[in-house]
Design a protein around this ligand. Structure first.
Ligand code: SAM
Length: 254
């Protein structure tokens, strides 16, 4: 993942007192793997302490404050740079399965491969969202198009619109569609929080994207304008089962 260079060891790393400095070092490959692992463990430990160091009353207040703050914020995705998704495709291919699905996969048992687990989850979405041939589908925050392409292939009479804020995703999906002769896909480059659409859809699929959005009232209001009368909204959201929190790093200043 990274290599150690002369003069950059643990001592220098410990001086990295702020996030920007640390991220710059990470991006430049200046932090050795063992340090990256230590940082990950450190972050997880901070998260666990943050959760368990509070009593029930404090947790209730945190929940209340979080809900209030979400209601009074904009739709924008503050504190989290979505450019983390704009990374070289060679690396993306190394760490994902064949579909480049950047979200949950379904492993029915330990013998299932990542490729099969991606496909199993994509099939499960289609089943649970009750997708049928002929539907118009919107895949919000479609990433590299795992679901967009899966639906377009599985249901040739569906028309699938994918929205992503990342140009490299758009180019990748368009290339995949050309290679597979899929003519029932369009990809729009845009920010969900700002984009206006004048189409309506039978199914709106939002996989691993709500985490990046702040004000759910505003978001749901926006999505509701894109829904046909008998439509369904399908959401997969990564969260802790007990403790809600915002997607941002908890950085300990040393
Ligand atoms: C965890 S990935 C999931 C991607 C895809 N749905 C999948 O399952 O493979 C989150 C995606 O949301 C996109 N995203 C986050 N905020 C966005 C925004 N404001 N507008 C458009 N896309 C956004 C990112 O580009 C990223 O591809």
């Amino acid at each position: 993942m990274s290599h150690e260079v002369a003069g950059c060891g643990e001592a220098n790393l410990m001086k990295a007192t702020n996030k920007a400095e640390l991220m710059e070092k990470l991006n430049m490959g200046l932090i050795p793997d063992k340090e990256v692992k230590r940082l990950i463990r450190d972050q997880l430990e901070s998260r666990i302490q943050w959760i368990y160091n509070h009593n029930c009353e404090q947790r209730f207040h945190q929940l209340h404050n979080l809900v209030q703050s979400l209601r009074h914020t904009s739709l924008e995705t503050e504190d989290f740079n979505t450019n983390v998704y704009d990374i070289p495709i060679e690396f993306v291919k190394l760490i994902h399965g064949r579909a480049l699905k950047q979200s949950g996969c379904y492993f029915e048992d330990k013998s299932v491969t990542l490729d099969d687990a991606e496909k199993a989850m994509l099939d499960l979405y289609c089943e649970r969202a009750q997708i049928k041939n002929g539907d118009r589908i919107l895949d919000l925050g479609c990433g590299y198009g795992a679901l967009t392409i899966h639906i377009a292939h599985k249901y040739p009479q569906c028309y699938v619109t994918g929205i992503t804020d990342t140009m490299s995703h758009c180019k990748f999906i368009e290339e995949q569609c050309r290679n597979r002769n899929l003519n029932n896909v369009e990809v729009i480059l845009g920010d969900i929080t700002k984009i206006e659409l004048n189409q309506k859809f039978d199914r709106v699929m939002v996989i691993g994207v709500f985490e990046h959005i702040k004000n759910y009232d505003l978001l749901m209001n926006k999505i509701s304008k894109w829904l046909k009368e008998d439509c369904l909204l399908f959401v997969e959201n990564v969260c802790h089962k007990n403790f809600p929190y915002q997607i941002k790093a908890i950085f300990k200043r040393r």
